[in-house]
Design a protein around this ligand. Structure first.
Ligand code: HEM
Ligand code: HEM
Length: 231
């Protein structure tokens, strides 16, 4: 049985007339004849030319579907090609804990998204109903958002390094610009409110409302990267 490296496997992705190979638990299968793998992509989600051992656990079928297709080789042990740009300590760690590759960023981003959007909402409620407890709540929420957002930014930078090789795409550029803007806004607003608890300046409230579109756009650009819109 032919032994293949992860680099060789990568080119069998159905592009330019190449066959479609996928690997599962060290075995390489040729799924070129499957209509569900034509174009080299399965269910608009799973790319061919890769080891998909972990990904099949989320499928609505088991590994029996692989038996419909011929095994054409075995995959040589070692780090997958897409991790080779990382230091070997990190490569080993990510192979031991594959979840750490993509999960940390989506796991933490919901905290700044929820806290900061709720902070704007409570400012709006305060402006409508003039109830001071709404204003106080919005302040506590921006504090929580301010604590959570550096974690979102740190894990964002991490996933950019691990999964996008620090390539500066348009979406990433926007995310970095918006993250800097968000940090500046949070610092100004928190310092302003701490030094003037009875704040009435309309600019403060306008900036508080601005948190929602800024953090919303950060999430929107993130979602566009994770789930590219199908044209
Ligand atoms: C969440 C992810 C996945 C979804 C939603 C999905 C969905 C499906 C569905 C609905 C079918 C047709 C059912 C059938 O023919 O019995 C199918 C077939 C198949 N899937 Fe998946 N799948 C997923 C992940 C995977 C992965 C990761 C692999 C590879 C390791 C894989 C390999 C296959 C194969 C080889 C077939 C048979 C195709 C054919 O006979 O034409 N699937 N998948
Ligand atoms: C408060 C700041 C941030 C928020 C609220 C945020 C939000 C999000 C969201 C909602 C997603 C989609 C996650 C998913 O469902 O899979 C995402 C993905 C992503 N974000 Fe961020 N993000 C932030 C900062 C950053 C920064 C600073 C970077 C790096 C420069 C970054 C890079 C990425 C990348 C590369 C993805 C795609 C991840 C993947 O495909 O697995 N993010 N972000």
């Amino acid at each position: 049985m032919k032994e293949m490296t992860s680099e060789e496997l990568l080119s069998f992705n159905g592009k330019d007339g190449k066959p479609v190979y996928i690997s599962h638990q060290g075995k390489v299968y040729d799924v070129s004849r499957s209509p569900l793998w034509s174009k080299g992509l399965h269910m608009s989600r799973h790319p061919s030319g890769k080891d998909l051992t972990g990904e099949i656990s989320a499928a609505p079928h088991g590994t029996e579907v692989l038996e419909r297709y011929p095994q054409v080789g075995v995959l040589k042990k070692g780090s997958p090609e897409e991790l080779k740009h990382l230091p070997s300590v990190l490569q080993n760690l990510l192979q031991k804990f594959p979840m750490a590759r993509r999960h940390p960023h989506p796991m933490v981003v919901h905290f700044p998204l929820a806290f900061l959007m709720a902070s704007s909402l409570f400012v709006l409620l305060y402006l409508i109903f003039k109830n001071p407890s709404f204003e106080i709540t919005s302040f506590y929420l921006i504090l929580l958002g301010g604590i959570a957002s550096p974690f979102a930014m740190a894990t964002g930078l991490l996933t950019w390094w691990i999964n996008y090789r620090l390539k500066l795409t348009l979406f990433i550029k926007r995310k970095i610009q918006l993250s800097i803007l968000l940090l500046i806004l949070e610092i100004i607003l928190i310092i302003w409110r701490v030094s003037d608890p009875a704040i009435t300046n309309p600019l403060y409230f306008i900036l508080m409302m601005l948190l929602t579109p800024v953090v919303g756009l950060l999430g929107y650009y993130g979602g566009q990267m994770t789930f590219p819109a199908e044209k």
